[in-house]
Write a protein that binds this ligand. Structure first.
Ligand code: ADP
Ligand code: ASP
Ligand code: MG
Length: 812
């Protein structure tokens, strides 16, 4: 004999019920089957909502009944043919009774637990009756009223089963009844006075377990809308996957801490009789699902992660508790008498405080009762009034063999810490089946994803990017990410999503990752943006491993890095302004990056995609000392002076450089030497020297008037005006067989930048196109410098440098 239970979504409409009947037909071919069904779809919620409405507005309550009628009669129309008349009459009479109860609630203005139990029982009474009649059309089936078999105490909404009587009822009914399939309602029961009681919300799973245990079934199948018990709630953690086998105890822990797929009391009856529970998907019956059994085959040491939201922490605290027995007894007694469920307990070994987690709904009542219980001690100031903290969630990491592995809790809490999830309280049972932590409710999704990545996705790391600036560089960056996505996943086990993008006008977000084929449309249809609103959205979306990427050259953007770092969000930037701002600001950003464990990377600040800063960091970190740096660091100036000669005009060459993406958006920043000065400043700072931009000597070649222009048009006009000046600069170098290079030098703690005449035997002489070159003279490279040379400007190489920084974060 098998027991099959189908949940609300499995029986939400005719189409789904047909799937259910096909499964039952298959399973009942060779053996008898008891089928336990939930109410159709969200019927229970609607019935309860109707009862509450009936207190105030009976017509709204009746509207709810009309909708429920429509749902139920649609199923009858579609699936019941032979007994249609009889079934319709019975269902009409059930709805009439329900209407009378609602009217009673309205007239009496009273809604007791007893009435609520009665009202909510209609869902399963209707569903089991209708499904049994639909089944009769296809195979040998019959209906049985669960309230006749399952007998409970008088706790109407969370009734405790009298197993002795119930088991006897069940066995004798099934002995006498010879039908191959019996359809029964879940959730509903009755007390000895034949009043309706219910087994608690989600209780149909429990009903099925009661039947399975009483009948000593060889399997209990729970058919639902997901393919098993997952490593975490699949609606919150996209990467979660079904656990193939799990022990009763592990499943109990996961369900107790919120894995709704199984109602927690379900396990006990099955465990007592060692009946295997299989969780299956009605909509994908071929998927293996999850097997809950006594000796599951070995799996991951952490089996799953679950969470409960809407938790409050209640703290009893005070010096007067130390060493005096009885405080915890009184605390738990008070809560238990008031039927307040304690989800979580911790006590510091100093006994100075006891902390329990309860559902938020119960918190106010718990405080009131406990303040009263301890009123004498509170008055005498031996303890403080009860402290309540709300808006919390519990996350629990579950696995029986966790105890055999060292450092799992360390991994758990450091992963949470890395992602800026603050832990308010921790509990670890001595059996070490479960480590649970109380966190801010708003961090629950991030915490679950973080822990899932830590324990189940060792080989696939996620990065969530927020990209600002989608001009030349940003566009190329998005294209590169798009192109490499598959490669990164397969080869680096790295899953990169772009969650948010913004330009100076608009921003767009998609928690599942923006479609990079259509990001332009998404942005066009996005909402207006400001730096603060973008930051707020990034913070609110609260993704794990978040990275803010600045592809702009904008001062204000650079001023907001601090906020991101403080939220433990990494920053990658090609914008030089922050690192070339005051030394104190540069130092502060580095300090924040360390303090909040967020990377701050800016490889593209010098030499675009060339690994200059990374190399320098490796030299310094491994104990080398930088004595001198000589470099040509401006791809733009290189391009300009490599192309400028007597046959061209300076204006045209600069315009061409800008068009190719070799200059900053404001080309004067390159031509004035400011950009190169910033770069050598950053290299000096990364070498360990304290220096400010003003300390760098600049040998300007632009005429004063060009330097003073305030927009690109005026700037270009001034270049044309001063063509003779530029031709003269060219001629002076050319006459000496030299080439013009804009050189940056750092030596003895001083730096300068300027145009130099480079003779043909110098390593800089043959620098082509927009190439950069850097010579590092260090203690380890005193005579022959370490040389890095290559393309140092252009959108593509800059984008790839940013990409490299992103990969560095992933590899951290
Ligand atoms: P039914 O109506 O079939 O009883 P429930 O809604 O009670 O279904 O339970 C199934 C739901 O449980 C899933 O749709 C999923 O949203 C939720 N859930 C929470 N945690 C888990 C988990 N660890 N594994 C699978 N489902 C989970
Ligand atoms: N219909 C009940 C509820 O929604 C019981 C169940 O579906 O398990 O809570
Ligand atoms: Mg359920």
């Amino acid at each position: 004999m098998k027991v099959l239970k189908f949940g609300g979504s499995s029986v939400a409409n005719s189409e789904n019920i047909q799937k259910v009947l096909a499964i039952v037909a298959k399973e009942s071919k060779n053996q008898k089957v008891a089928v336990v069904v939930s109410a159709f779809g969200k019927t229970t919620n609607n019935l309860l909502a109707g009862a509450n409405e009936a207190l105030n507005n009976i017509s709204v309550a009746k509207e709810i009944i009309e909708n429920l009628k429509e749902l139920h009669f649609n199923v009858i129309d579609d699936l019941v043919k032979k007994n249609k008349q009889e079934v319709s009459e019975e269902v009409t009479s059930l709805f009439n009774r329900l209407t009378s109860i609602y009217e009673g609630i309205f007239l009496l203005q009273e809604l007791s637990d007893k009435t609520l139990a009665k009202v909510s029982s209609f869902g399963e009474r209707l569903s089991s009756y209708i499904i049994a009649n639909a089944a009769k059309e296809l195979f040998d089936a019959n209906h049985k009223e669960s309230r006749d078999l399952i007998i409970t105490n008088n706790e109407y909404l969370n009734a405790q089963v009298n197993f002795k009587v119930t088991n006897k009822n069940i066995t004798s009914f099934f002995e006498e009844n010879k039908h191959q399939v019996i359809v029964l309602g879940g959730f509903i029961s009755s007390n000895v006075f034949e009043e309706t009681t219910t087994l608690g919300r989600g209780g149909s799973d429990f009903t099925a377990a009661i039947y399975a245990a009483a009948l000593e079934a060889n399997e209990l199948q729970i058919w639902t809308d997901v393919s098993g018990m997952y490593t975490a709630n699949p609606r919150v953690v996209k990467q979660a996957y079904p656990i193939s086998e799990i022990s009763y105890e592990e499943a109990m822990e996961l369900s107790h801490f919120g894995a709704k797929v199984l109602y927690p009391p379900t396990i006990q009856p099955a465990l007592r009789k060692e009946i295997a529970i299989r969780i299956k998907n009605t909509f994908e019956p071929e998927s293996a699902g999850t097997l809950i059994c006594k000796n599951p085959k070995n799996g991951n040491e952490v089996k799953g992660i679950s969470h409960i939201e809407d938790i409050s922490l209640i703290t009893l605290e005070g010096g007067g508790m130390v060493g005096i027995p009885g405080f915890s007894k009184r605390l738990f007694e008070t809560l238990s008498v008031a039927k307040i469920n304690v989800v979580f307990i911790t006590q510091a070994s100093s006994e100075h405080s006891i902390c329990v987690g309860v559902f938020e709904n119960d918190a106010a009542k718990a405080k009131e009762l406990l303040d009263e219980t301890f009123s004498i001690e509170i008055d005498k100031k031996k303890i403080k009034p009860i402290i309540v903290e709300s808006n919390l969630a519990i996350i629990a990491v579950v696995g029986e063999s966790m105890k055999n592995y060292q450092g799992l809790s360390g991994q758990m809490f450091s992963a949470l810490g890395r992602n800026n999830v603050n832990v308010r309280a921790i509990a670890q049972g001595s059996s070490e089946k479960n480590i649970s932590a109380v966190i801010n409710k708003y961090d629950a999704k991030k915490a679950l994803n973080t822990l899932h990545e830590q324990f189940f996705e060792e080989r696939t790391k996620q990065l969530n990017l927020f990209v600002t600036g989608v001009g030349n560089v940003g566009e190329r960056f998005l294209a590169q990410i798009h192109q490499q996505k598959k490669f990164l996943k397969e080869n680096l086990k790295l899953s990169i999503k772009v969650i948010g993008i913004a330009n100076s006008r608009k921003m767009a977000f998609d928690d599942n990752g923006i479609d990079l084929d259509n990001w332009k449309d998404a942005l066009e249809n996005g909402e207006p943006t400001t730096l603060d609103s973008f930051h707020k959205k990034v913070k609110e979306s609260n993704h794990i491993n978040s990275v803010f990427i600045d592809n702009t050259a904008n001062q204000q953007v650079s001023e907001i890095y601090e906020k991101y770092l403080r939220d433990s969000i990494s920053v990658v930037t090609c914008n030089k302004i922050a690192c070339a701002s005051s030394f104190d600001n540069y130092k502060n950003l580095k300090h924040l990056s360390r303090k909040y464990n967020a990377s701050f990377l800016f490889e593209t600040n010098v030499g675009a995609g060339l690994p200059i800063i990374d190399t320098l960091k490796n030299l310094v970190n491994s104990g080398d000392r930088v004595n001198k740096i000589q470099a040509v660091l401006s791809g733009s100036l290189n391009f300009v002076f490599n192309n400028f000669n007597a046959d061209s005009t300076f204006h045209d060459v600069v315009a061409a450089a800008q068009k190719e993406g070799y200059t900053e958006p404001d080309p004067k920043i390159d031509l004035s030497g400011v950009d190169v000065a910033r770069k050598i400043l950053i290299l000096a700072r990364e070498s360990g020297y304290k220096m400010e931009l003003e300390d760098i000597a600049k040998n300007a070649f632009l005429p004063e008037k060009s330097l003073k222009t305030t927009n690109n048009n005026d700037f270009y006009a001034s270049l044309t005006k001063n063509e003779a000046h530029f031709q003269n600069i060219f001629k002076e170098a050319n006459d000496k067989d030299c080439r013009l290079k804009y050189v940056a030098e750092f030596a003895d703690g001083k730096a300068n930048v300027g145009l130099q005449h480079i003779p043909s035997d110098h390593p800089f002489y043959n620098l082509e196109g927009s190439d950069n070159i850097v010579l590092f003279f260090t203690d380890r490279y005193p005579e022959n410098p370490l040389i890095i040379k290559g393309a140092g400007a252009g959108a593509d190489v800059t984008a790839s440098g940013i990409f490299a920084d992103v990969i560095r974060i992933a590899n951290k």
